[in-house]
Design a protein around this ligand. Structure first.
Ligand SMILES: [Fe+2]
Ligand SMILES: [Fe+2]
Length: 199
């Protein structure tokens, strides 16, 4: 599977087109932003998948080094932040909206599964991160090809599940207060002016 086969932000986009107010549109944009992150993550996974073969065929040429640097930076900066945004912002909003109704048990088990998968993905990343960092610096290193393949396959399955089951659920059950709070907290996390809060 590649990025094109991801369902993409269809659920959120469809929801956004039906937004009743500017604040709803902002909230739908917040859900859609998770979809866009998945597309970028799957693209990075597809680049990671071919890196061991490129390294074997070409050695530490400029292209291989640049690819290692960009994948390493993207995972450390964007992917780990994506996990944090889901766990600290999206999942609590989902749990709050589910309340104690019929969706509560389902949402609780979904969140437990997704958080467990995040830890598995991060453990796989820890196995390849040192080698990838060395390759990016032009130093010889072995990449654990089994861990690379496991990380790529597991991440693509994780993103596909979130696209097909979690984001549509969020679009369906998030209550207006939780949607607005989610949009605001994501906007604050992503603003380049966080430091102003300390002035
Ligand atoms: Fe996730
Ligand atoms: Fe995700």
């Amino acid at each position: 599977m590649n990025a094109r086969t991801l369902p993409g932000p269809t659920a959120a986009a469809a929801s956004a087109s039906l937004s009743a107010s500017p604040s709803d549109a902002l909230a739908d944009e917040a859900i859609g932003s998770f979809s866009r992150s998945h597309v970028h993550i799957v693209e990075a996974m597809n680049r990671l998948r071919v890196l061991p073969m490129q390294l074997a065929q070409r050695g530490l040429d400029d292209g291989v080094r640049a690819s290692a640097v960009s994948i390493h930076r993207f995972f450390n900066d964007a992917v780990l932040e994506h996990h944090d945004e889901e766990e600290r912002e999206l999942f609590p909003s989902l749990a709050h909206s589910a309340g104690t109704g019929d969706d509560a048990a389902h949402v609780g088990s979904l969140i437990a599964r997704l958080e467990r998968e995040h830890r598995e993905l991060e453990a796989l990343w820890d196995r390849i991160e040192p080698g990838l960092r060395r390759i990016g610096r032009g130093k010889a290193a072995a990449l654990d090809e089994h861990a690379v393949e496991q990380l790529v396959a597991t991440y693509i399955a994780h993103a596909r599940f979130e696209e097909s089951a979690v984001l549509p659920l969020a679009a369906r059950i998030l209550k207006s207060g939780d949607r607005a709070a989610l949009a605001l907290s994501l906007a604050m996390r992503r603003t380049p002016y966080k430091a102003l809060g300390y002035i």
